[in-house]
Design a protein around this ligand. Structure first.
Ligand SMILES: N[C@@H](CCC(=O)N[C@@H](CS)C(=O)NCC(=O)O)C(=O)O
Length: 212
C-alpha cells in the first residue's frame, strides 16, 4: 500500500497512527502542502478533493478522506480494533472523532486559512484570532465529552481508538498554532499518555521521511 501524506498534516497523522497501531507497513510519499503539490492535476486525478491523506491499496484503488481510509484499514485488519464492539461506546468514539473531523478540522484547514489571508485579506492578528476561536470552541466540546464519558488512559478506555487517532493530531495542531490547552485537562492527559506510546511516536510528524 502507498500513503500520500504531509508530515504536518493532521488528517495524514490520523491515518499514520491507525497504520502504526495495526502494524501495517506502507510506502510513504510526501506531498508538500507548502508548495501546493496537492493541487497539481496528477495528484487531483487520484484525489479529487485535493488534499492528503491519500491511500493507494494493493489493487491500485485510490482512497481519500482520512476516516474512510481508517475504516477501510479497520475492515482489512480488524485486530487491534479502533472501534469498540459495544454499540454505545462505539458511538461515543465516533461522536468525538466526528466532532474533530467534521466540526473542527475544516475550519482551520490550509485552504480556509489561505482564503482568509488572500481573498478576505484578514490581518495576521485576525487570522490568529480565527484559529484560536475555532480551536477553543472544538476543544471545549471535546473536553466536555471526555469529562462526561471518557475513561482510562486513552479517550475511551485502556486501548487506543479512532477517537485518539483524531484527538492527538488536533492537539498537535493547537500546540503548533500557540493555542492554550490549560482549560482542557482531560485532553492534555490523553495527549501526554499517547505521546509515550510507540505507535503514536512512529506516526509523529518529526518521524516522517518528508519532515524538515
Ligand atoms: N476531510 C479530509 C480533509 C483532508 C485535508 O484537507 N487535508 C489537509 C491537510 S490536514 C489538506 O490537504 N489541506 C490542503 C488544503 O487545504 O489546501 C480528510 O479527513 O482526509
Amino acid at each position: 500500500m502507498h500513503l500520500y501524506s504531509f508530515f504536518n498534516s493532521s488528517t495524514s497523522y490520523r491515518v499514520r497512527i491507525a497504520l502504526a497501531i495495526k502494524g501495517i507497513n506502507v510506502d510513504y510519499h510526501g506531498v508538500d502542502l507548502r508548495t501546493g503539490a496537492h493541487r497539481e492535476q496528477r495528484f487531483k486525478a487520484q484525489n479529487p478533493a485535493g488534499g492528503v491523506p491519500l491511500l493507494i491499496d494493493e489493487q491500485g484503488n485510490a482512497l481519500g478522506q482520512s476516516l474512510a481510509i481508517i475504516d477501510y484499514l479497520e475492515a482489512l485488519h480488524p485486530d487491534p480494533p479502533l472501534l469498540p464492539a459495544e454499540p454505545l461506546l462505539r458511538a461515543r468514539v465516533l461522536e468525538l472523532a466526528n466532532l474533530i473531523a467534521c466540526d473542527m478540522h475544516p475550519l482551520n484547514n490550509l485552504r480556509v486559512r489561505n482564503y482568509l489571508a488572500n481573498e478576505l485579506a484578514l490581518s495576521e492578528v485576525q487570522q490568529q484570532n480565527w484559529i484560536k476561536h475555532w480551536t477553543a470552541s472544538g476543544l471545549t466540546a471535546a473536553e466536555t465529552l471526555l469529562q462526561r464519558h471518557g475513561m482510562g488512559d486513552y479517550c475511551f478506555g485502556d486501548a487506543p481508538t479512532l477517537a485518539d487517532c483524531c484527538l492527538v493530531p488536533q492537539v498537535a495542531n493547537a500546540i503548533r498554532t500557540n493555542c492554550s490547552l490549560e482549560s482542557y485537562p482531560r485532553i492534555v492527559a490523553v495527549y501526554q499518555h499517547c505521546q509515550q506510546q510507540p505507535a503514536f511516536q512512529r506516526a509523529a510528524p518529526k518521524q516522517q521521511p518528508d519532515y524538515r
